[in-house]
Design a protein around this ligand. Sequence first.
Ligand code: ATP
Ligand code: MG
Length: 282
Amino acid sequence: MLREVVATRYVTPLREGGSLPGIVEADDLGTYVMKFTGAGQGRKTLVAEVVCGELGRRLGLRVPELVTMQLDPVIGLSEPDEEVQELLKASGGLNLGMDYLPGSIGFDPLAYEVGPEEAGRVVWFDALINNVDRSWRNPNMLVWHGDLYLIDHGATMIWHHNWPTAQASAAKPYNASDHALAPFSPDVAAAAAALAPLVTEDLLAEVTAAVPDEWLVDEPGFATTGELRRAYAAPLLARAATIHERIVMDAPTRKGLSRAPGWLTGRSDDGARGPRGREGGR
Ligand SMILES: Nc1ncnc2c1ncn2[C@@H]1O[C@H](COP(=O)(O)OP(=O)(O)OP(=O)(O)O)[C@@H](O)[C@H]1O
Ligand SMILES: [Mg+2]
């Protein structure tokens, strides 16, 4: 179970987030990034955040703490933005919170170096959960006190949008060519050797148990939430064993001068500086 807090003050919306997450204070005096059940993306996004966030944490990756947050929409009454008002009104009850990392900055491949081992663990984990939202365009990673943190696991486990095809979908490869850490020579073989044995039925039972019942009830095709929890666990268990063999990485990885791919830095293939070069006269 996740720790539960009560939202006490809506501070401000995070405009860069597609689902309009907000910064919210809670009765434990903590500050959280709150993701709302009333957002257009629906409650499955929140289920994915919990299953994958908690799985990542148990595999030793850094994920800010997740909590459930009780929301009384009344806390948004003084909020001038109508869109936010509507979102809060539609989200009474249990929502998701992620510990807000003050002073963190978005991951920038030109400013922050990741070793092949850590890059491999993140790419392997994203392949496991089929994360399509960790690209160089939208890395969904933060750097805080010098360490890399993973956020935003809402766009993962695509198979949970179509359960009858879940097992077949989970057998598919993972294309990591656009992955924000692809340029860092990710050692996915080492990551698979270290992490795959940790992904057991027991571990998956633990992470799926962390999802609140009310986000799982009434899923078509499932009689009980227990059955649905097992349906989340099965593709992950199957995928853990062999997904490293099906990670596709087309983008050339670059060592040395620039760790970011040419199409990001503006450097052309022969090493000449392109019009968007950002590295200065090195
Ligand atoms: N725990 C956190 N601490 C500090 N800032 C955060 C945290 N979580 C998210 N943010 C900031 O809020 C932004 C939006 O968060 P997030 O990516 O989780 O939302 P989203 O609506 O799922 O976004 P999108 O779908 O557009 O990627 C992040 O890019 C980051 O700048
Ligand atoms: Mg995001």
